[in-house]
Design a protein around this ligand. Structure first.
Ligand SMILES: *Cc1c(COP(=O)(O)O)cnc(C)c1O
Length: 389
């Protein structure tokens, strides 16, 4: 590279990559020929349901889908999102102004701060959490104020604990339930309290709802938009990725407050050219289906959860079975750090986990396990844990 080239200063804002040490160790363990059980990645191992793939194969043959998509998304897709929200949450959305198609929700989350933040703005976000809330904020020249999730507060933010000075200056509040990584769930009362808090301090509420469909024991996680007044001051991100095992397809949506969505849409129309129409048409088939594929998916995940959590409890771990998400948030044994336990599991048992502190300081003392491997592999992981004691 020419010796005058230097990456932009904003890249220096990216916090140190805490998983580097883990990646190196993983490579070493692999090189030794050890069989690795990867419980690290939050990426479903199960395939996209057949009827969605079939729909894609059909519509991709139509040259009509090969052209530039509409910026805010195919009308038909936005209508299907509105139907799905109505059926699932009893939330009425105007597909024309209250739904925006995204190229996966990560794309929308990362771009949102460019549409709502000025340099030096503060955004609140719960931590440990999905790193993209922070990255999007930093890239837009803003700062983050982290609201801790701890076992004592049920991994729900203590809104009274947020300093009024910080709340006064904050522009947006990012939160996510069912939660990655803690697997905590929120009820409508909590969402109502967030509405009150955001109204009082004039903050835009930004809820990430990626996991509402992955829930167990008959539990139905609510949408933030079910809270009265929510759409007056907030939006919700959702995604087909986790619900329909479609992470590679890149299809999501933002719904709720029309002014906030218009700001995001304006940024997007100047950066990307929308999601592939064929993918949106396949997405409609997914949203309009009887959702039996989602129930089957959850049954598989629930069985895995029961095997893993039951096995861990038998081994003496103090772990709560998650009500939703495909994560288990495991407190590390006394005397160990997240990183120490992660290393121990990797080197001694070939089990990959995510150290909780890598997702935010209050995650210290935990590791995140993902239920994204078949049950035989979970049983094998438990057998190895038993062996290493
Ligand atoms: C997986 C995930 C997303 C988004 O995924 P997309 O594939 O970009 O839609 C968003 N938020 C959280 C917390 C996630 O875990």
């Amino acid at each position: 590279m020419a010796d005058f080239f230097k990456p932009a200063a904003r890249l220096d804002l990216i916090p140190p990559y805490l998983f580097k040490a883990i990646d190196d160790k993983k490579a070493k363990v692999k090189a030794k020929g050890m069989d690795i059980i990867d419980l690290g990645v939050g990426d479903p191992d199960l395939p996209t349901p057949r009827f969605i793939v079939d729909k894609m194969m059909e519509v991709v043959q139509d040259p009509g889908t090969h052209r530039y998509p509409a910026y805010s998304g195919l009308n038909l897709f936005r209508k299907a999102v509105a139907r799905w929200y109505q059926k699932r949450f009893r939330v009425e959305l105007d597909p024309g102004s209250e739904v925006l198609t995204l190229i996966g929700s990560k794309e929308g989350i990362a771009h949102l701060p460019l549409g709502i933040n000025n340099p030096e703005d503060i955004n609140l976000m719960t931590t440990p959490g999905y790193p993209v809330y922070q990255m999007g904020t930093l890239f837009a020249g803003g700062f983050c104020h982290f609201v801790p999730l701890t076992r004592e507060n049920g991994f729900l933010p203590d809104l009274d604990d947020i300093s009024p000075l910080v709340a006064r200056d904050a522009k947006a509040f990012f939160f996510n339930y069912p939660n990655n990584p803690t697997a905590a769930v929120a009820d409508k009362d909590f969402f109502a309290r967030v509405v009150d808090f955001c109204r009082e301090h004039q903050i835009i509420a930004v809820h990430d709802a990626a996991y509402t469909e992955l829930a167990f024991d008959g539990f139905k996680p609510p949408s933030f938009l079910e809270a009265p007044g929510a759409r007056k001051l907030g939006i919700e991100f959702h995604s087909l990725s986790k619900t329909y095992n479609m992470t590679g397809w890149r299809l999501g949506m933002a719904v709720g407050n029309r002014e906030v969505l218009a700001a995001l849409g304006k940024i997007k129309s100047n950066i990307d050219s929308g999601a592939f129409d064929a993918i949106q048409l396949a997405g409609i088939a997914a949203l309009d289906s009887d959702q039996s594929c989602v129930r089957e998916n959850c049954a598989i995940l629930q069985e895995r959860r029961d095997i893993l959590v039951g096995g861990l409890q038998k081994l003496g771990y103090d772990v709560t079975p998650p009500k939703a998400t495909f994560y288990v948030w495991l407190p590390v044994p006394k005397g160990l750090t997240s990183m120490g336990f992660t290393t121990h599991l990797l080197e001694q048992a070939g089990i990959v986990t995510i150290p909780g502190n890598g997702l935010g300081t209050p995650g210290e003392g935990y590791v995140r396990l993902a239920l994204t491997v078949p049950k035989a592999r979970l049983e094998e992981a438990l057998a190895r844990l038993k062996k290493i004691g």
